[in-house]
Design a protein around this ligand. Structure first.
Ligand code: PLP
Length: 371
C-alpha cells in the first residue's frame, strides 16, 4: 500500500513564482512600494472587470478597510450570513457596527434573499454576500433589496476568485469586492488581500486609510485615524505569478470536482456541491453533506476518514453559536454547519487520489449505516 496522507489543501508554487519573488527581492523593494504592487492591482482589477483594485495585508483587513471606508459606526447594522468564516462578522464589529445574521440558501450556502429582506431596518448600512466555498450568492435578488433601500453591497469574495454570476466575475457586482490570498485560497500571496471597486471616490478613500490616512499635502499630518494595511512588494510578486496561472488553477478545481462526482455515491441525502444554473463556482472547497449526520456523527465520520489517511474539515461554525454573536440560531445555517464537511482538493491531486477518497468515503458511510 502506498497510501500516503492526503491533506485538505496545499498551495502550488512553481518556477514562475520563484522567479518573480526573487526578482522583487533582488530589486531591493522589499516593503510596500514597488512595481509588483502596481502590477498586481492593475492585473487583478482587469481580471475582475473593475476599474480599481487595492492590495492589502490580508482578507480580514480588506473587509475592515471596506467597512471603514463606508464610515460604519456604532448603531449601524450590516447583514452578514450566519454561516461564514468569522472574519466577515468580526470586520463589521471592528467598526463598532452590529453584524445582523441572516440565514442561507440550502443549495448555494449563500445569503437567502428572503431572510435578508426580513432583517432590513432603518439602521442597515450594508449587505455582505459571502460567496461561500466558491459558489456565488444570488446577486440580482440581493441587489434589488439593497438598491430599493439605498444600501451598499460589499461582496466577501475571499473564497471565490474567478467565480461568475450570470457570466460576470465576482468582485465587481457590488460597491466593493473583497478577496483573500491566504495560503489555502484559490491564489495565494502567503498572507494578502484585495479590494475591487468601480467607485473612484471609494478607492481613493480606501487607499488613504490603508496608509494611516496621511494628508496628501502635509507629511505626517493625519486628518483621521487610518491603518497600516499595506501589502509588501514580495507578496505582490507572488500574487502576480499566481494570477497568471489562475485559469489553470480553476480548471483543475473543476476537474477535481468532476472526479468526485464520478466516485462518491451520491443520492438525495448524500450530496456534493450544488451549483445553480446561473453560477460558475470556483470550487474553492469540495463540500459533502449527509442528511443522516448530526455534528457528532459528522465528526465521527471525519475521524474515521483521518484514520485512513485522508484529511477533511467541518463546515464553518455559525456565528450565532459563538459567544461574541450568540443569538437564536438560523435553521438552514445551523443544520448545514452540523452535517457538512470539506474533502481534499488541491492542484497536484491525481484522479487516483480522488478515487481512493471516494471509495473510503463510500465505505465509511456504509459502515456507519448511513447508506
Ligand atoms: C479567508 C476568509 C476571509 C479572511 O481572509 P484572511 O486573508 O484569512 O484574513 C474572510 N472571509 C472569508 C469568507 C474567508 O474565507
Amino acid at each position: 500500500m502506498t497510501d500516503s496522507f492526503i491533506p485538505i489543501s496545499k498551495p502550488t508554487i512553481g518556477p514562475r513564482e520563484r522567479e518573480l519573488v526573487l526578482a522583487a527581492l533582488d530589486s531591493g523593494w522589499v516593503s510596500s512600494i514597488g512595481e509588483y504592487i502596481d502590477r498586481f492591482e492593475a492585473e487583478f482589477a482587469k481580471y475582475c472587470g473593475t476599474r480599481y483594485a487595492l492590495a492589502v495585508s490580508n482578507g480580514t483587513t480588506a473587509l475592515h478597510l471596506a467597512f471603514a471606508t463606508l464610515d460604519l459606526k456604532p448603531g449601524d447594522e450590516v447583514i452578514v450570513p450566519d454561516l461564514t468564516f468569522v472574519a466577515t462578522a468580526n470586520a463589521v464589529a471592528y467598526t463598532g457596527a452590529t453584524p445582523v445574521l441572516a440565514d442561507v440558501d440550502p443549495d448555494t450556502l449563500c445569503l437567502d434573499p428572503a431572510s435578508v429582506r426580513a432583517l432590513i431596518s432603518p439602521r442597515t448600512k450594508a449587505i455582505v454576500p459571502v460567496h461561500l466555498y466558491g459558489h456565488p450568492a444570488d446577486m440580482d435578488a440581493l441587489t434589488e433589496i439593497a438598491d430599493s433601500h439605498g444600501i451598499a453591497i460589499i461582496e466577501d469574495a475571499a473564497e471565490a476568485h474567478g467565480a461568475e454570476y450570470r457570466g460576470r466575475r465576482v468582485g465587481g457586482l457590488g460597491k466593493c469586492g473583497v478577496f483573500s490570498f491566504y495560503g489555502n485560497k484559490v491564489i495565494t500571496t502567503g498572507e494578502g488581500g484585495m479590494l475591487t471597486t468601480d467607485d473612484e471616490a471609494f478607492w481613493q478613500r480606501a487607499k488613504r486609510l490603508r496608509d494611516h490616512a496621511m494628508s496628501p499635502t502635509r507629511r505626517y499630518f493625519h486628518e483621521e485615524r487610518g491603518f497600516n494595511y499595506r501589502i509588501t512588494n514580495l507578496q505582490a510578486a507572488l500574487g502576480v505569478a499566481q494570477l497568471e496561472r489562475i485559469g489553470e488553477f480553476l480548471a483543475r478545481r473543476a476537474e477535481i470536482m468532476d472526479w468526485y462526482r464520478q466516485v462518491v455515491g451520491v443520492s438525495d441525502s448524500v450530496r456534493l456541491n450544488r451549483v445553480k444554473n446561473w453560477a460558475k463556482s470556483a470550487y474553492w472547497m469540495v463540500c459533502l453533506e449527509v442528511d443522516a449526520f448530526d455534528a457528532e456523527r459528522r465528526d465521527e465520520f471525519m475521524r474515521l476518514l483521518k484514520a485512513r489517511g485522508i484529511d477533511s474539515r467541518p463546515y464553518f461554525c455559525t456565528m450565532s453559536a459563538m459567544p461574541m454573536y450568540r443569538q437564536k440560531g438560523l435553521p438552514v445555517a445551523g443544520r448545514k454547519a452540523d452535517i457538512g464537511l470539506n474533502l481534499p482538493s488541491y492542484f497536484d491531486m491525481t484522479k487516483s487520489d480522488v478515487e481512493r477518497i471516494g471509495s473510503e468515503v463510500n465505505d465509511i458511510l456504509k459502515s456507519m449505516g448511513v447508506v
